[in-house]
Design a protein. Structure first.
Ligand SMILES: N[C@@H](CCC(=O)N[C@@H](CS)C(=O)NCC(=O)O)C(=O)O
Length: 340
């Protein structure tokens, strides 16, 4: 027994002496890969105003793009260390499963089926949305219940498809789906009158309508027929990465709650409130617990902004009211558990 312990100890010493200086493994294969690469790879749509769309300088803008940047700021200390991969409604899940992307923030609805069947899990919700219908005003339809017999343009592989079929079946109405994958194609099919309605997340319908030159020719029906909580998705089995992504989202919400934003965050470093001090990495080793820098949340807020800033910059400008997407103490659903 004695000899075995001695031998083990000697071997360990020899191994230590010979060990090359690799970065300490974090316990997260995804975080280790992200660090080695110096970049977070994030799956987005890349063509949806307010969510992810390149601006005139080619910079990806939108709430999904900024959610990706939040994770780069938290994990690497630099929101610009991000590569965006444009994915479709049908290839998004395989891209995440195969490791082509480190996370997916692509107007993707959290459902039981996706979480239980696909080996994926939802780490946070960046937009509480719902399925809506866009119609031409000239059609004269005022509500979804008047759509019996309608043809509806919808993207395949979406939870929208299921929401519509449930709604029509339940309402004892018929409809004909026109399934079109490509976004530009589905939108031009709707504009040219191939379908009576275009259905998807109502946020995307509102922003699509807002960006049309003749936007008053279109009506977003008042009916929201399903819950579509859109969020941050990661692979199952990497709990530490899941924690980083989940608490990054919470940090943006907590920052808004405490009144910390990208402009005053340096001033807030002098704050005596223990919640603020822990969030900003001044005490409590919250970052260390996540295997990242204690300044993780400071970096997110300083470089990208708090949740409300991200919302206003991307969504408010398109005329979509905040509603249930406010933080909890202002009547909304975004709520962060204690960061302590
Ligand atoms: N939230 C639904 C619908 C997702 C969806 O269809 N998103 C649309 C509207 S936001 C989209 O990303 N279109 C852009 C594209 O396909 O390039 C889901 O997860 O299935």
């Amino acid at each position: 027994m004695m000899r075995l312990t001695l031998t083990g100890g000697m071997m360990a010493t020899a191994l230590l002496a010979a060990a090359p200086t690799y970065a300490q493994p974090s316990g997260s294969a995804t975080l280790d890969a992200v660090k080695a690469r110096g970049m977070v790879i994030c799956g987005i749509a890349g063509a949806v105003p307010g969510f992810s769309l390149p601006d005139s300088q080619g910079v990806m803008r939108g709430i999904d793009a900024d959610s990706c940047r939040n994770v780069a700021a938290a994990a690497l200390g630099d929101a610009t260390k991000i590569k965006f991969t444009a994915l479709t409604t049908t290839n998004r899940f395989t891209a995440l499963q195969s490791g082509e992307v480190d996370l997916l923030v692509r107007s993707t609805t959290w459902t039981l089926g996706r979480e239980a069947n696909l080996g994926l899990e939802f780490a946070g919700i960046n937009y509480y949305d719902g399925t809506g219908f866009l119609v031409k005003k000239s059609l004269g339809v005022k509500g979804a219940k008047e759509m019996d017999g309608a043809t509806i343009c919808v993207q395949p592989g979406t939870s929208t498809e299921l929401a519509i079929s449930d709604y029509f079946r339940q309402s004892k109405m018929k409809f004909t789906p026109i399934l079109i994958q490509d976004l530009a194609e589905i939108q031009s099919a709707f504009l040219s009158g191939r379908c009576d309605s275009y259905s998807t997340d109502s946020s995307a319908l509102a922003t699509f309508r807002a960006t049309q030159p003749n936007k008053d020719d279109f009506v977003l029906l008042p009916d929201i027929i399903s819950k579509e909580p859109l969020g941050y998705v990661v692979r199952k089995g990497d709990d530490k990465w899941f924690d980083i992504v989940r608490w990054t989202y919470f940090a943006t919400v907590a920052a808004e709650e405490y009144g910390i934003d990208s402009k005053n965050v340096d001033e807030k470093l002098k704050d005596t409130n223990p919640d603020v001090r822990r969030l900003l990495g001044l005490e409590g080793d919250m970052g260390k617990a996540l295997a990242i820098d204690n300044k993780w949340a400071y970096n997110v807020v300083k470089q990208v902004g708090n949740f409300g800033e991200t919302w206003d910059r991307n969504i408010t400008v398109l005329g979509v009211p905040r509603g249930i997407n406010n933080i909890w103490n202002k009547g909304g659903l975004h709520y962060a558990p204690p960061i302590r």
